[in-house]
Design a binder for this molecule. Structure first.
Ligand code: SAH
Ligand code: SF4
Ligand code: F3S
Length: 439
């Protein structure tokens, strides 16, 4: 038998790209590829890219430039670009960087085997279609290898919301939900391979409306189906849009035992004027009321969010409204970004905020978020949580896992195996993690 060919994949961007990279590795596994951790001994390099902000997209070109030497040494090496930059700038990548052999968009990667064969014949391959066929069905025949205790599972993809700053509706396409039975089967398969916690993924995951046995199912309906899967201990989902936070989903947070008390619910801004200009179709007030209802269903839930500062025309008052909203919600985690102009999106044409002002706002917002994050973490000291152990720690005998609230918890001299779920009493709070003892 010939030596297996080696595949190196580097993943940028969101969790869906992590999931997609796993699927691409599996697809190419059928072509005789095994994964390698180093680009130096690869026969094929794939960059799975993100287009969300300018910096993310530019990284791709600099990374590609670094492979010039490798390709000169190894003319048979194939270099591919996948993901959202591939979708948005496929032709341009081919033009700007001649060492690229293959460009594949997020909706076409089930076609990778044919594309790879084409490159073996010395041709270039580009596919950025939005094909009719169900790529997930074409991606079956997974190897049954053991895997770690946590996994992502895409249930919904694409977005019809068209926020004025965002490229996702263009790179991922229109919203599509997978049928519920296929998702449940995939979850069962993951559990058989050692998975205990599944994070359901979608760009608008709570807009999920996949086919079920009695018509379309909601995300809450799907979660209740997954709640029945034996051996699955925890369910999470991300990313939600405030407008799709249906009553049955809020209720599930109070009643579904496997659904974890953590919710990522991006708001982007606390100013109604800016929210309107962003085309978010919710107000600061409606968002705050929504959180009240979620907290009524599950009082200990930890909230997380996303913010953009320096959106075109944002004034100091608008920014202050964002700070006020953060004060009111008090997030356990939050991700904040300086607005980045994305060509082709409506906001790109508008008057931009002075970059220095935007930087200063970002720093202030991040300081406040960090302070809250730390307070919520410190409040865990003395409490009992349940930890799903995921890996060994840096110190001998130390094990690290996540609490239901997604806090990292490490336990010293822990007699536990990876994949075990155990009660832990929190004894200390550090910069980015908690310390605890088994109870
Ligand atoms: N589907 C998710 C978000 C996907 S992008 C949602 O609807 O919330 C993740 C985050 O990146 C967004 O929530 C937003 O805060 C940020 N983001 C998106 N476009 C951006 C841009 N042009 N500049 C800066 N941040 C941006
Ligand atoms: Fe982008 Fe808005 Fe869609 Fe989220 S909801 S993916 S921010 S367009
Ligand atoms: Fe980036 Fe595409 Fe995800 S733009 S954030 S990789 S959907």
């Amino acid at each position: 038998m010939s030596e297996p060919k080696k595949l190196y994949i580097k993943t940028y961007g969101c969790q869906m790209n992590v999931y997609d990279s796993e699927r691409m590795a599996e697809t190419l596994g059928g072509q005789g590829y095994v994964e390698t951790k180093s680009p130096d001994d690869a026969d094929m390099i794939l960059l799975n890219t993100c287009h969300i902000r300018e910096k993310a997209a530019e990284k791709v070109y600099s990374e590609l430039g670094r492979f010039k030497g490798l390709k000169a040494e190894k003319p048979d090496l194939k270099i591919g670009v996948a993901g959202c930059v591939a979708q948005a700038e496929g032709e341009e990548i081919m033009r700007r960087q001649p060492l690229v052999d293959l460009v594949v968009g997020p909706q076409s990667y089930h076609r990778l085997p044919e594309m790879e064969a084409k490159t073996r014949n010395g041709a270039k391959a580009l596919d950025t279609d939005f094909p009719e066929e169900d790529k997930f069905e074409k991606l079956k025949n997974r190897p049954k290898a053991k895997r770690g205790p946590t996994a992502f599972l895409t249930v919904q993809e694409g977005c019809d919301k068209f926020c004025a700053f965002c490229v996702v509706p263009y790179t991922r396409g229109a919203e599509v939900s997978r049928p519920a039975d296929r998702i449940v089967r995939e979850a069962q398969d993951l559990v058989e391979r050692g998975v205990r916690e599944i994070t359901l993924l979608g760009q608008n995951v709570n807009a999920y409306h996949g086919a079920g046995p009695n018509g379309d199912m909601t995300l809450a309906g799907l979660i209740w189906e997954l709640n029945k899967v034996d051996g699955l201990e925890r369910i999470r989902f991300t990313t939600s849009h405030p407008n799709d936070m249906a009553d049955d989903l809020i209720e599930a947070h109070g009643t579904c035992d496997k659904l974890m008390p953590y919710l990522h619910l991006p708001v982007q801004s606390g100013s109604d004027r800016i929210l309107k200009r962003m085309n978010r179709s919710h107000t600061a007030e409606s968002y705050l009321r929504l959180i009240e209802r979620i907290r009524a269903a599950r009082p200990d839930i930890v909230m997380s969010g996303d913010f953009i500062v320096g959106f075109p025309e944002e004034t100091d008052e608008d920014f202050q409204a964002t700070m006020d909203l953060v004060e009111q919600v008090k997030y356990g985690y939050a991700y904040s970004f300086k607005y980045s102009t994305r060509p082709g999106t409506p906001a790109a044409e508008r008057p931009q905020v002075d970059p220095a002002a935007a930087d200063e706002r970002l720093q202030r917002l991040q300081a406040l978020i960090t302070q809250h994050q730390r307070e919520i973490q410190d409040d865990m000291v003395g409490r009992k949580v349940r930890v799903l152990f995921e890996k060994t720690g840096r110190l001998p005998g130390q094990m690290v896992g996540k609490s239901e609230y997604l806090h990292s918890v490490h336990v010293s001299d822990a007699d536990v195996a990876i994949g075990e779920l155990r009660a832990v009493e929190i004894t200390g709070s550090g910069a980015n993690s908690l310390a605890g003892i088994l109870v």
